[in-house]
Ligand binder design. Sequence first.
Ligand SMILES: CC[C@@H](C(=O)O)C(=O)SCCNC(=O)CCNC(=O)[C@H](O)C(C)(C)COP(=O)(O)OP(=O)(O)OC[C@H]1O[C@@H](n2cnc3c(N)ncnc32)[C@H](O)[C@@H]1OP(=O)(O)O
Ligand SMILES: [Co+2]
Length: 135
Amino acid sequence: MLTNVEHIGIAVRDIAASNDLFTKLLNVAPYKSETIESENVTTSFFQVNQTKIELLEATSSESAIARFLEKKGEGIHHVAFEVDDIKAEMERLKNEGFTLVNEVPKRGADNKLVCFLHPKGTNGVLIELCQEIKE
Ligand SMILES: CC[C@@H](C(=O)O)C(=O)SCCNC(=O)CCNC(=O)[C@H](O)C(C)(C)COP(=O)(O)OP(=O)(O)OC[C@H]1O[C@@H](n2cnc3c(N)ncnc32)[C@H](O)[C@@H]1OP(=O)(O)O
Ligand SMILES: [Co+2]
């Protein structure tokens, strides 16, 4: 089951400058900054009541964020929904005809397992599913 909008991902060119901008905008500092080598991104997270803003800067030209910035420029990159059982949701959505970008959940930022749905099948919006890792 999809529970809530866990975060909104925003692609930025300069995460240090955007951290300052969003700190002023939201009147709160980021609670976390994390580089995810497997995704070639550096992230920072701001808590806004029940949801979060994730800023994403590319660390390599191979990054999905670098390609997005080149084609579309800075802006909203994805919407992430929290799920209680990511494998069950992936199976359900696949059976509904959605295209999973990754067939196996992968480790994302902020202690989550994540899966993406291709934007070509979701009205042009990249959707992320994420489930908290309980250790
Ligand atoms: C930090 C971890 C994690 C978290 O825990 O929160 C993250 O959020 S990581 C975020 C970065 N990682 C990803 O986005 C991984 C998933 N995305 C992908 O694998 C790829 O971006 C893609 C969706 C499969 C597309 O890549 P690719 O097939 O290599 O081709 P293009 O980059 O050329 O794009 C093809 C096509 O799709 C459009 N597109 C791409 N990204 C988006 C997007 N975010 N929103 C909307 N549309 C998007 C792109 O414009 C191309 O369209 P056309 O030019 O019309 O063909
Ligand atoms: Co994300």
